[in-house]
Ligand binder design. Structure first.
Ligand code: NDP
Ligand code: PYC
Length: 348
């Protein structure tokens, strides 16, 4: 959720601070109890706990509740293991076989890095995955190898095109990363909708209205009621520009990779309210090969640009996340108390 769409911060007494190892054990226990295989539970817990650690409330431990609902609908494979297809070319494919996506990404990552080193550029195509996660953990896994990266994925058709009011697009996130000297890469990761669906759900759970401009009700009238917007349509960010970016995500991470668009994902869902089922496209670029020689001076020019941004008091994307991460590593991840209790109950 960006600075223009704030959900009022809970009072500090409404938060508990949970050491990251404990939160990881709790998330794994919940996922195993839901019937997921060991490998899936581990990969999913890593992504979910990373979200909470970085204070990304819409993609942190709250996701355990929607994973549980998805399992109950029967719309996800609990044990199926990803099937990797990596040849000598730049495109690495992983068929997630209808299971959750984090394990598919983890299994494709080494082959993607190898293909990128070999060809200068590589693509990871993940097919048939149930996708609930933020994209920045995947981007950071690539910048850690010194690569630039771009990730795209559709979701369910919840979002109307600019000028219309019938859902066509998913919330379709786009994430980008650029490796930097020091511990933190440059990373942005955002939904192309005015608000992520996860944030809409958090507003609904908290009984809070949405910020203006996030969606319309079933009659196409602007609304700030999360329930009415969930029944109507969400809006893209930035009008026709967000609408075009959302279209690109449907094409590049849907039809291009032979997988479902958000419309097909929601048709398959048939009102069950499960997490979307579709594909994901992750692209990686080796700066050493793209620069056409020594990349170091060009990296230095990128650093000069970052300095020009922060030098005037503007912040870089992910700066808030990295600050939250440092705090969580020192004090444990902050989790809303009511949510923590709900998750403890889920773990039995
Ligand atoms: P936000 O609007 O919260 O943040 C978007 C990006 O902008 C972040 O990188 C954020 O950095 C940065 N940012 C925010 N405010 C500023 C600022 N003032 N100056 C500079 N940068 C800023 O993201 P969304 O709510 O749109 O998306 C949240 C998450 O939801 C994403 O991780 C996305 O991947 C996930 N998502 C997943 C979907 C899926 O299908 N799997 C679908 C849709 C969304 P920072 O974090 O540091 O604030
Ligand atoms: O927050 O929009 C969202 C979302 C959709 C799928 C996973 N997260």
């Amino acid at each position: 959720m960006n600075d223009t769409t704030p959900l009022p911060a809970p009072a500090s007494s409404a938060m508990v601070h949970v050491p990251l190892d404990d939160l990881m054990a709790l998330a794994r226990a919940v996922l195993l109890r839901l019937g997921l295989g060991e490998a899936h539970a581990g990969a999913m817990a890593r992504v979910i706990v990373a979200g909470q650690r970085d204070a990304c409330q819409s993609h942190g431990v709250y996701r355990l509740t929607s994973c549980a609902h998805t399992v109950r609908t029967g719309k996800v494979e609990l044990q199926a293991l990803p099937v990797l297809q990596a040849g000598a070319g730049p495109v690495v494919r992983v068929d997630a076989q209808g299971a959750f996506s984090p394990l598919a990404f983890e299994q494709g990552l080494p082959a993607l890095v190898e293909a990128t080193r070999r060809h200068g550029m590589g693509a990871l195509v993940i097919n048939r995955c149930v996708h609930f996660s933020a994209l920045w953990p995947e981007i950071e896994a690539l910048t850690a190898h010194g690569l630039a990266a771009l990730a795209l994925t559709p979701s369910h058709a919840w979002v109307a095109p600019a000028g219309g009011h019938q859902p066509v697009f998913g919330t379709n996130p786009i994430a980008f990363g650029w490796p930097r000297p020091g511990p933190h890469p440059y990373v942005f990761d955002f939904a192309t909708s005015a608000i992520a669906r996860g944030d809409l759900e958090l507003h609904r759970r908290a009984g809070q209205p949405l910020p203006e401009g996030c969606g319309v009700d079933g009659q196409g009238r602007p609304s700030t009621d999360p329930v009415a917007v969930a029944r109507g349509a969400m809006r893209t960010f930035g009008g026709h520009k967000g609408s075009a970016l959302a279209t690109m995500v449907e094409l590049m991470a849907g039809t291009l990779i032979g997988d479902w668009t958000s419309r097909e994902s929601i048709a398959h869902d048939a009102g069950a309210g499960a997490t979307p089922l579709h594909g994901e496209l992750v692209l990686a670029f080796d700066p050493a090969q793209f620069a056409g020689g020594d990349a170091a001076p060009h990296q230095a020019r990128a650093e000069a640009m970052f300095d020009a941004i922060t030098g005037q008091g503007a912040r870089l994307p992910s700066q808030r996340r990295f600050a939250a991460r440092a705090l969580s590593l020192a004090e444990g991840a902050a989790v809303p108390r009511a949510l923590y209790e709900e998750i403890l109950a889920m773990a039995g």
